[in-house]
Design a binder for this molecule. Structure first.
Ligand code: FE2
Length: 192
């Protein structure tokens, strides 16, 4: 092999994508990185733990909307099919905000489905299809779980001086959840 051929191979190797890379995690789950955000470590830790619980439930509620969007049936199919997907999108925005707040506080946000399933308090629905009133009743219950935990967490965040987390919980999670909760209740009366 000539010298120029060898050089070409070395250059090509450098241009090839790196696959199957393995390394230690840079931050294990549950460990906090101190951030320059003028909050005590204790406050950050409590907010991160609470927000990860809320995140798991918010992801579950979001996915429940998509499941019901796909599987809904009956005379109210069209309205519910559209409404469930609209709420899925809104819930997805919340998921992103909560997850990013966890990272901003120096934590690691829960992310993958199996980790979410282990953490969520919202009861696991069956894999199969259910009637529209059952779907809506499930969503109402899930919203109530999120509201209950978000209210307690908001109070704890305010007590610890974590106004950013308190604002996220009150202005985004509680306010928007209340709104969707009300809409789902109206749909329940329509379907019943
Ligand atoms: Fe769709």
């Amino acid at each position: 092999m000539t010298k120029s051929t060898l050089e070409a191979e070395a250059i090509l190797k450098r241009a090839a994508p790196l696959t199957h890379q393995q390394a230690h995690e840079i931050q294990p789950f549950g460990h906090l990185v101190r951030m320059p955000i003028a909050l005590s470590e204790q406050t950050c830790k409590e907010s991160v733990d609470n927000l990860n619980q809320l995140l798991a439930d918010t992801i579950t509620l979001r996915d429940l909307y998509k499941k019901h969007h796909w599987q809904v049936a009956g005379p109210t199919f069209y309205q519910l099919h559209l409404l469930f997907d609209k709420h899925y999108d809104e819930q997805n925005e919340l998921v992103d905000k909560v997850a990013e707040r966890v990272q901003l506080l120096g934590g690691v946000s829960v992310a993958m489905a199996h980790d979410v399933a282990e953490t969520a308090l919202i009861p696991r629905p069956p894999k199969g299809r259910e009637e529209a009133p059952v779907q809506i009743s499930r969503l109402l219950h899930a919203h109530e779980i999120v509201l209950k935990e978000a209210r307690t967490m908001a109070r704890r965040a305010a007590e610890g001086g974590d106004d950013g987390t308190n604002d996220l919980l009150v202005s985004d999670v509680i306010r928007r959840t209340n709104c969707r909760h009300g809409l789902s209740q109206s749909m329940w009366s329509t379907c019943h």
